[in-house]
Design a protein around this ligand. Structure first.
Ligand code: CA
Length: 230
């Protein structure tokens, strides 16, 4: 499932240049030319990252970034600010306004893609294509394959996403609500016990390779992926 990048840019030529490069890098793209339509897109589905032009008609990019930071739902949404303004003060303003990174126009497409990848890796390691190996368990996001001790582990799509998320954030406890949010997507209504059902399936699939005890229940809190025994 490709991750979606929301591009908020009012100049059609730049918008389409970015779109082409994002699609070529395997991302899905949502496009908006102003803050209002960007907000409408975000209200529908949360993107993985926002590329936000500073100079927009109406609400400026920096003001929109501040709004996103004030809203609990979008406060940790990764934002890269695009701007023609290269002054130090502007950069500080952008970062203080809530942007995570800042790219000055004219920028090279390659640099922009590298910054997007770096920010995604920092914020949502499960949305990059990096191979993850923990203990005997190996997960390849590109081929959607999981193996344990060199034996293939067959997983359904939800179990795969769940394992990918857990392996990308090891040694941390995730509540059922957090897992629902990150794996099922926000705005989807699913009961919390659904998480338990998929955790059970995941453990069953990992049982043969004895990797099932890496999926640990933290009583009263949620689940944790750990290579250490409980
Ligand atoms: Ca502009």
């Amino acid at each position: 499932m490709p991750v979606t990048i929301l591009v908020v840019e009012d100049e059609p030529a730049i918008q389409s240049l970015i779109e082409i490069n994002l699609r070529r890098s395997g991302y899905a793209v949502a496009l908006a030319a102003d803050a209002q339509s960007a907000q409408a897109i975000i209200n529908e589905t949360l993107p993985a990252l926002v590329l936000l032009d500073w100079m927009l008609p109406g609400v400026s990019g920096i003001e929109f970034a501040r709004r996103l930071r004030r809203d609990a739902r979008t406060k940790s949404l990764p934002i890269i600010m695009l701007t023609a303004r290269g002054e130090e003060r502007d950069k500080v303003d952008a970062l203080e306004g809530g942007a995570d990174d800042y790219v000055t126009k004219p920028f090279s497409a390659r640099e922009l893609m590298a910054r997007i990848k770096a920010l995604l890796r920092r914020n949502a390691p499960q949305s990059t294509d990096d191979l993850i190996k923990i203990g005997e368990l190996l997960l390849d996001p590109v081929s959607h394959r999981v193996s344990a001790n060199d034996e293939t582990v067959n997983l359904g799509p939800t179990e795969f996403r769940l394992l990918h998320f857990l392996m990308a954030h090891p040694e941390r406890v995730h509540s059922r609500a957090q897992l629902l949010d990150r794996i099922w997507g926000d705005g989807v209504f699913v009961e919390e016990r659904t998480v338990d059902v998929h955790i059970r399936r995941l453990r069953a699939a990992l049982e043969a390779s004895k990797c099932d005890d890496m999926i640990q229940t933290v009583r009263g809190t949620g689940y944790r992926f750990s290579a250490l025994s409980q």
